[in-house]
Design a protein around this ligand. Sequence first.
Ligand code: FNR
Length: 374
Amino acid sequence: YLDGLRGVAPTQPMDFAALEERARAALPDSVWSYVAGGAGDEHTQRANVRAFERHGLVPRMLVGAERRDMSVDVFGLRLPSPLFMAPVGVVGLCAQDGHGDLATARAAARTGVPMVASTLSVDPMEDVAAEFGGTPGFFQLYTPRDRELAESLVRRAEAAGFKGIVVTLDTWVTGWRPRDLSTANFPQLRGHCLANYTSDARFRELTGSDDPQRVVLSWAGLFGNPLTWDDLPWLRSLTDLPLILKGLCHPDDVRRAKDGGVDGVYCSNHGGRQADGGLPALDALPGVVEAADGLPVLFDSGVRSGADVIKALALGATAVGVGRPYAYGLAVGGEDGLVHVLRSLLAEADLIMAVDGYPTLGDLTPQSLAVVRG
Ligand code: FNR
């Protein structure tokens, strides 16, 4: 696999900057700016990435880390590594054939890296789940205003074999995204990525027609439910599957979620796409981990390399997600390109565990990191 080490120059990009450049060239402008962009002046998005540069791993010697173990037990599942693919609503459009959700699911099957499938999908969740092979998958719920529709989506996810429900809390309204606003570029408003709705009996009942314009208007009206803590018992009652809340960055919110019976918390600022002027997600992670007090903590926002994966794990994340990197892999090389990105992240993370002398995830603690000065 590591062609570079065998003297064969790989055709796929080997670092994030090259990946990003190639993705930009491969994607239509509208998809590129939707995926690459963020909220406001994109300070938070950049800060997410830079936060990793402020943390340095301290190498340990004479450990003999010839064998490494990246496996992790979470939500009753044994995963080969703590890496996962965060939900990306337009990933379907990143593939040449327009079916990127299916390609992502196939990449999950090939790598053992779980996919969190977004509610906003080109293909219905049942078709996505059918491609998972033996790799567990999770369903990400954007909670609609209609409770029956929310319940229907969760029932379908259960029936399709998803292993957990990730409820995203930070996107009941879409953030201020100048790139998209200035080009009137909202894929869902053009009818893209709505398959989970259009394939839903409850949605069809509410819409009352297959007229595309009617579908989009109904979707826009139903999309974001401004949930409050009073809704948490209802969310919890929706499923016996593991329930994970995405977008938690404040320790008090984490404690409240834990008291409300969730199975995991997901520290994320949506890759800086929802609100500018925010704390880098990595800086929120230690407080979230402490408040979670043993509950699994998923993390994403700003992870660009295997080293970043290791740093987030050292700060206490149970599992670490990537968004844009895998969407770019898909754009550049389809399913193979995506697999290449995941394998590169894992290979680099594994090599860092070897070189820096941390053979198991249990060896990685906040003391493995020091603040980078200057
Ligand atoms: C997202 N994200 C997202 N999150 C979610 O819960 N549901 C969704 O449908 C989407 N859609 C989406 C589209 C695009 C184009 C991007 C880039 C991101 C957020 C995603 O799950 C994750 O939090 C971030 O992508 C993580 O940041 P990085 O890895 O992109 O820096």
